[in-house]
Design a protein around this ligand. Sequence first.
Ligand code: BTN
Length: 264
Amino acid sequence: MKNMILSHLPGTFPWQVHWFDTIDSTNTQAKEMARSGAPHGTVLIAGHQTQGRGRMGRSFSSPKDMGIYLSVILRPDCAAEQLMHLTCAAAVAMCDATENSAGIRPGIKWINDLVVNKKKLGGILTELSIAPGSDRVDYAVIGIGINCGQTPEDFPEEIRSIATSLLQITGKVPDRSALAAAMIHALMDMDSKLLQQQDAIMDSYRKNCITLGKEVVVLRGDEKRYGTALDVDYCGGLLVQFTDGSQESVNSGEVSVRGMYGYI
Ligand code: BTN
């Protein structure tokens, strides 16, 4: 599989790709490799994850050979606060990759879900480590899962009604190695403009974000607040107009957002 992925990338390709038939989580393993000094551009891809992880402590269903489960280690030379838009940048990159490789462009459900036909096609989990005693980034891990060949029965019962795959959308199983290569290519492109082009990246994010203009429920612990999603700020916060008239920029670290009538 690794050679098939590399065959879709330029010969001079500077990043390093590691393939795992099975792994607990490419993000967990990427963090371990980063702590041991793995360089910028180390990519991990697995055929199967036994403990795939999502945002807010959720799991990510990762059945064998049915999706792309990919993480990359980045080591940008910057302060952590300059990377607040990283998840948004990765989400736009994954829309590009999916469109280029599979011919359909997902929308983005704030902040990190890739959505087609109101169902979740994939998700992104970014994890950041700060160098001790400073505000500088030591490493960032971006993990992406995209569902490719799953039929509804391949998803756990509890997410079956809200999850989809490229097979279900297009009627055919995509070339997973070509999709993985397109994802790596899009991540390299994102990396090259991450710090210099934040405004342009966030403009693309807003264009692709299907949450904007929608009535939403903001969930923080047991608290539920209702409002309308107005905008996404330059670092990825979601500006919500609540029904009591107040406006607040909500942060992805603390809250999750649902549509008023379901997942979207
Ligand atoms: C989410 O849905 O909240 C994010 C899902 C992220 C899943 C990917 S799969 C590759 C990488 N390894 C993980 O354990 N998670 C990410």
